[in-house]
Design a binder for this molecule. Structure first.
Ligand code: HEC
Length: 211
């Protein structure tokens, strides 16, 4: 009987500790992981941006997002509650939905105190392969507004081919570097971090291989 008790205790402790390490992930960073979710899934025209005063929330910056967040308490945070579960009201059904990974990033970030953190995992400028480095940046920051159903400016950036089209049209770099004559991207918010921008620039300079 005693043995069984200890076996149960060990299994219980183990599952608790794996849960905790999953929840407190120091690599979840506001600027790189959380802000882009709100920008690309919530701030499109007519929704939660600074020019739509009817929407209760401006979700294009830290202060606006914090109006719906209670640090350390995801379940008391109105914004998190509106997005989770089968009856989530946001984003509305006809818009791209949040993935499970995106929801868990937001939850972990709130649990960790909802700080305005950036560059949490350091910057490694030697890494700029398409699939491991560039595509995740575009997926995070751009695809919410540039997908097959809703291609902002005519650009669907959800695939390699679509991204290459924006390069060969001569539009991608200027929008990211926010040069005059281009529409600054990501729309409605600040430019990519210099670390992410450098990765995209190096990949384009290397001939944008599908690697
Ligand atoms: C909140 C929605 C939104 C986000 C996020 C967004 N875009 Fe856009 N994008 C648009 C819309 C709408 C247009 C077309 C109208 C305009 O230029 O504002 C556009 C236009 C563009 C254009 C053509 C603009 C030009 O000057 O030729 C490019 C290229 C582009 N986006 C790339 C990106 C990239 C790369 C990202 C991510 C880093 C991104 N966009 C993020 C909505 C968005």
């Amino acid at each position: 009987m005693k043995k069984l008790f200890f076996a149960v205790l060990i299994v219980f402790t183990f599952s608790l500790s794996t849960c905790t390490s999953d929840l407190y992930n120091p690599d979840v960073c506001f600027q790189e992981n959380v802000l882009p979710i709100f920008v690309s899934k919530c701030s499109m025209a007519g929704c939660h941006n600074s020019s739509n005063h009817e929407a209760h929330y401006d979700l294009t910056n830290y202060d606006g997002i914090m109006k719906g967040i209670v640090p350390k308490h995801p379940l008391q945070s109105e914004l998190y509650n509106s997005m989770r579960g089968p009856n989530a009201s946001m984003p509305p059904l006809n818009y791209p939905q949040l993935t499970g990974k995106e929801l868990s990033y937001i939850k972990i970030w709130i649990k960790m105190g909802a700080k305005n953190s950036s560059n949490c995992s350091g910057c490694d400028t030697t890494q700029f392969a398409f699939n491991s480095r560039v595509k995740p940046i575009i997926d995070t920051w751009c695809v919410g507004c540039h997908n097959a159903g809703s291609a902002g400016g005519g650009y669907d950036l959800s695939s390699y081919t679509g991204i290459v089209t924006s390069i060969t049209d001569g539009r991608l770099l200027g929008t990211l570097q926010q040069t005059a004559g281009f529409s600054p991207m990501p729309k409605n918010t600040s430019a990519l971090s210099s670390c992410d921008l450098t990765a995209v620039e190096k990949w384009i300079a290397a001939g944008y291989p599908n690697n």
